[in-house]
Write a new protein. Sequence first.
Length: 101
Amino acid sequence: MHGDMDDDTSPALARALTAAANSDSTRTVVDPSPPRFADSSALHALLTARQAHTTTGTTLVLAGPVQAPVHRLSEVTNTGPVFPLGEKRPAGDDILNTAPP
């Protein structure tokens, strides 16, 4: 992910995560490290994606050096248990990139 996680970028994030949940992959890894800002629309996209991944039997992982905005959003909303935040991404995994080409 690149840039902020907000109302402007969350629709693209949601589309990318939906496509990932419906792909042949067994795991989707999202690197939430770059954002300087994260809001409830990003959280909604992630929670919806988690449900879609659970339905399709795919694992959704948030991994990478997590920045303060993502930690804060997790803290304020008490979603830490839903999305354990790792400090490193798993080796060899493709990272979901929602940046425009």
